[in-house]
Design a protein. Structure first.
Length: 424
């Protein structure tokens, strides 16, 4: 049995974050010597604007951007999945030099990410808009890494509705209205520095939107200083852990959060810092983080789901059932008695198929996995889900199977294991 402890599996994170697809096209942008009539495939034939490079990029493309200031508002279309955009800092790492995106239109976001699995790294963002952000994320699995944000009265990063599993890390938010505003589930904000910067601009370091479902977030190892409210917390199962709160008017406003949220091991400069059973740190957390904090995102739920809560790990099985051609057949149906996450599945088929055996998972009669069509049954293979499938307490999940060929009516499939975590 192999449980996926957390938002995604170890193998998934390593593959998605560190490995580019073989044969993917690389494009180059040089704001000084480039030309948008170039093909953009070498530094000598670089594009002049970032948008021009994105307009010709493909899925899995990588776009490198030379140091300089780019006065653009950029749109990454929905069709451009697994795009990576990388800028550069100068040798001293100063935020005044490097790849700077300084939005020209204050009535729009500097970058809108409409596509899935987009990574943005090493870019300095400057904006001057109360109503719009430096980055608006509008799809799943975005990663923001080693970026700098300034938006005097506005938002640094907006994680919009239905933009699950965003990972914002190693970034600096300075002279910012609200650092990160979250309207979706499973956001991770870690190892970032949030500072209001000057009087009148700071509202929230991190804000969970009160009007949206914002659950299962994780905020750890951040410094949050000089805001009206350091973190405005709402929703369920959110974790605020191992952060430093310095010179904020209110460090954490959790009036919109329920009892499933966890606030633990944070340092507050306005607290007596006596460990009184609420797990308050007695001194600021430094750069050498405690061993309990993990730098790789996939390890965070060892804390998130196991240390701070007592969970039960188990799995379901089901005896073999017979296919009925292209009609859906129930393989397993369970009504849960606790909040549950399904993390992996293994099935074994028997017989020779004319078509392809498929499966899907329903929650209270609505398909929740996969999100588009249905998956092939990989006989004898433990298939880890890219993200846990959440089944709220008293809900019913059902695994169904079918074939793509009506002639398949004698073949069978058994459920060897459906791994699950009951969150208590």
């Amino acid at each position: 049995m192999k449980f996926v402890h957390g938002l995604r599996s170890v193998e998934y994170d390593i593959t998605r974050l560190n490995v580019y697809k073989v044969g993917a096209t690389t494009y180059y942008v040089d704001g000084t010597d480039g030309d948008d009539d170039n093909d953009g495939k070498t530094w000598d034939t670089a594009k002049k604007t970032i948008q021009a490079a994105i307009d010709i990029a493909d899925t899995w493309s990588v776009v490198y951007i030379k140091s300089g200031t780019y006065n653009e508002n950029i749109d990454i279309p929905q069709t451009l999945q697994n795009l990576t955009v990388i800028g550069e800092f100068d040798a001293t790492g100063e935020f005044t030099n490097g790849t700077i995106i300084d939005a020209t239109d204050s009535s729009s976001h500097a970058i809108v990410v409409n596509s899935r699995s987009v990574t943005i790294r090493n870019i300095i963002f400057k904006h001057n808009s109360i109503d719009y952000s430096c980055i608006k994320i509008s799809d799943w699995f975005s990663t923001i890494d080693k970026c700098y944000f300034r938006n005097d009265s506005g938002v640094g990063v907006l994680v919009d509705v239905d933009s699950y599993y965003c990972d914002i890390k190693n970034s600096y938010f300075f002279r910012i209205g609200t650092g990160v505003k979250i309207k979706s589930h499973y956001s991770k904000i870690r190892e970032c520095y949030f500072e209001k910067g000057f009087a009148g601009s700071g509202e929230y370091g991190i804000e969970f939107d009160a009007l949206q479902l914002t659950n299962y977030g994780l905020m750890c190892d951040n410094d949050i200083t000089n805001f009206s409210v350091g973190i405005k917390l709402t929703g369920s199962y959110n974790v605020v852990y191992h952060n430093n709160f310095l010179t904020n008017t209110t460090d954490i406003d959790d009036t919109g959060a329920d009892s499933t949220c966890v606030i633990s091991e944070n340092y507050y400069d306005n607290h007596t810092n006596i460990n009184n059973g609420n797990y308050i740190s007695t001194s600021p957390h430094g750069n050498d983080l405690s061993p309990v904090i993990f730098y790789n995102a996939w390890k965070l739920t060892s804390l998130h789901r196991s240390v701070l809560r007592k969970n039960t790990y188990s799995y379901d099985t089901a005896s073999a059932v017979t296919f009925n051609g292209t009609s859906w057949v129930d393989l397993k149906e369970v009504t849960v008695t606790a909040d549950t996450q399904l993390t992996a599945i293994k099935m074994t088929t028997s017989g020779t198929f004319a078509g392809t055996p498929k499966y899907r998972i329903l929650r209270d009669g609505v398909k929740v996995f996969p999100y588009n069509t249905e998956n092939d049954i990989e006989s004898g293979v433990l298939r880890e889900f890219d993200y846990p499938i959440n089944i709220p307490i008293n809900s019913t999940y059902k695994v169904q199977i079918r074939s793509t060929d009506a002639a398949d009516t004698t073949q069978t499939v058994a459920l060897n294991e459906l791994d699950k975590i009951e969150v208590i």
